[in-house]
Design a protein around this ligand. Sequence first.
Ligand code: HEM
Length: 293
Amino acid sequence: MTLDLATDVFMGYELGPEADSLNKAFVDTVRAGTAIVRTNVPGLRWSKGLKGRRVLEAFFRKELPAKRTSQESDLFSALCHASTEDGERFSDDDVVNHMIFLMMAAHDTTTITLSTLFYYLAKSPEWQERLREESRALNKRELEYDDLPKLEGISLAMKEALRLCSPVPSLPRKTVKDVEYEGFFIPAGSFINVVPYFTHYMEEYWPDPERFDPERFSPERREDKVHPYAWMPFGGGAHKCIGLHFADLQVKAVLHQVLLSYRWSVPADYEMPVDTSSLPVPADGLPVKLEKI
Ligand code: HEM
């Protein structure tokens, strides 16, 4: 569903029967990012990733000529027409590469955020009910832009879900100068990883870090203010996520609909197993009991 929405919004394109194969190609390409064996051995992650990557390249390349001439306002067309003051433009390869990354970033992370929210809201029926009341108070099935700030409970729960299960668990960086950190010397040009998944559970920043407690982001508490990078699910600096507002919008639009139509639950002793071998996803598909309301 999030891939459908992303192709619609950022490409002005409605996915047909190719949706499943495209989705699989994205999953395989992303999973290759954490492959240990990085040669083309059939059946292993790297090989599946290469295959997925070819599917994605073919898909975007097929659409490219039409986008080069289109006057539409979607992002794919905008990349095709973008130009510097000196008239430099993106090559076809540049556009395809940007689109593959953007479309991955625009749907996978939001899906993970929604899965985490569904899990914690199933475990915390009182929060689920609070959000449902907020949605009901709007008295409409489809959100409009001005309704977004009114769903304050979803904002708090989403922030907490992003803390507990950061969809991008680690950020690659390269040191631009020699640094000393916690007594360790790191020379310029070193490859390092910054790991929100770790930071978000540091007891020195987050009281009772394992607990789902959305109120920690309330104006009265603002536990995230303890350090500028205590809460960093969207990264930071020049490459900070450009899609965080779109993610907020999409999560609210989806959750609002589900809250109005269903109550969902998991058994009291259920703990969601998280597959962390690539981007974190529920290892068991997160079975929930849905009750129509
Ligand atoms: C909850 C959802 C999302 C999360 C958790 C997330 C997280 C991130 C993170 C951690 C980064 C890397 C930042 C860094 O290296 O400092 C990033 C970059 C990026 N994200 Fe997101 N993202 C989300 C949704 C989106 C959406 C919906 C879009 C597209 C509309 C998007 C587009 C991008 C792009 C294009 C970049 C690369 C920016 C650059 O390198 O300059 N993201 N995101």
